[in-house]
Each structure stands twice: as structure tokens, then as C-alpha cells.
Design a protein around this ligand. Sequence first.
Ligand SMILES: [Fe+2]
Length: 308
Amino acid sequence: MPQTLAAIGLTTGRAPFVEEARTRGELYISQPYDLYSQENHETWRKLYARIRPRWERYANDHFLRGIEALELPADRVPRLADINRRLEPLTGFQAKPVSGYVPGFLFFDCLRRREFPTTITIRPADRMDYLPEPDIFHDTAGHVPMHTEKAFADVLVRFGDCAVTAAEMTAGVQDYGERVRRLTSLMRAMSRFFWFTVEFGLMRGRGPNGICAYGSGLLSSYGELEHAIESVETQRYPLQLEWVINQVAEIDHYQPILFVVDSFDHLFSLVDQFESWMRKGKLFNVAPGLPDIAEGDLRSFLDAADAL
Ligand SMILES: [Fe+2]
């Protein structure tokens, strides 16, 4: 029997449709829904069934309402068109299918336009617990439900504004080495701030000890979601901007330190403060260390500054 495209699936690292698009330099693609294999849908079903009780215990209320509002399916990979039909009227956000990693400035610029770059592949069935790169479960079951909440959606747009400010703040620096050094510091600060909030943020509210999760890296990880809120070894502190932007961000194990905001209005005010610190030139020398700034990310910001 000839192997059909449908049997090949859209599995992370093994999806010719996506890899060919990348080879052609196509970043924004479609979601060829018929290409998902039965195994892909089964992986989604297992991930969803396993984590659902933990969402009810540890997720913030906005996330749980978002899951309902989007009618995220329990038994199969979601269609992004279905998600967008329900999401856009709420906050104007859309999940935008991409072929892989989106360079830093382009990613934040998408957020400004209320588009969320969304991976369409799903992790292999034998790697349910950890995948270094995002997959459709992380993006649509971790991030996108939060985008139904207006205050949180506005925070993402403000992060997008900050990327433009970072480009503006370095565009006029004549010495190329100094320009790169300053931009690297601003990008590192922004990356850490995004990491400890949008990806791994905690918020006061329902849940054990009055703390719940809103960060997508937590909400899409069965193991880390519980660990983040229950483990006595996790340090949890009220978010202080000056700390977060200088805090090394480690990616290959459960986060040993997490930061708690009061509300999304609180988070929004912190992004405002972050931008104002950038404009004052206060963030050109944040602490060195992780994350490393990738060449492609730096290039995307330099190109944006050149285009101003
Ligand atoms: Fe993420």
C-alpha cells in the first residue's frame, strides 16, 4: 500500500510539510489539518486528559474560562481556524500558523498586531513530558487560552511595543559594536521579563497557598505545573522588575525560582515601567548570563532599527 501523506503526520521534527516550507524560507504557513495522523490526535488526547485535572487545581480563572470559550477539543488536535473564529471577537487576537522559530523582533511585532505565532506540529508520542521547542499543545493549550482575556492580551501588545522601543533606542548608535552591546542587553532584559511572566508566571488568586499559574510553560507541562505551585524547593517571590531583568533564566529543568504578580493590571503596569526604564537608558547593562542572544534574533532587531 502506498504511504499516504496523512500517515506521515505533523510530528515535531518529522513533518515534511513544515520542513519543506522552512527550506523555501516560508515562515507563515497554513495548517494542513488532514495531514495529522491518528497518532498525532492520540498524543493530543492523552496530553489533554492528563493535564485537565491539574488545570482545575492550579490554573488561573481566566485560563479556565479561556479553555471553555475556545471550546478546545479534548480528543483531537484543534483547528486554528475554529480557535480564531471564537478568539478574535473577544480580544482581536489570532493564532497564526508558523513553520518554526520566529526571530525575536518578528515575534514581538506579531504580538503588536495581535497575532500569535503558533506551531502546528505536535510532539512525538514517546516524548510526552519534555520537548525543548514549542509544539501545538504548548502554543494552543498553554498560550492561546490566555489570549481570550483582555487585560492579558493588552500585556502582550505592550511587549510588542517594547521591541519597537528597543530598536529605536539603539538605531542612532554610530559605533556598531556598542550598538550590538546595548541591543543585546535590552533583548536579554526583555527575554527574561517575558520568560518569568508570559512563560512561567504565577499570580495571586485561587489555588493552593493563594497562588495559581498563568505562564504557558507551566500550563502546558503536566509535571512542572504541580511542581511550580506545590514543591517546597521552588522559590516564589513577588515580582520585582529590577530582579527579573537581571535573573539568569535556565531552560532545561524545572524553574527553581518563580515570580508572582497581583493581577494582569499589575503586570501591565510593570511592562510600562520596563519600557520607561528602557527609554531612560537604564537597561543597557543588565547582568550577563542566560539567555544567550541568538544571532538570528539580534539580526531581526538590527534590521528593524535600520528600517526605522
Ligand atoms: Fe511559549
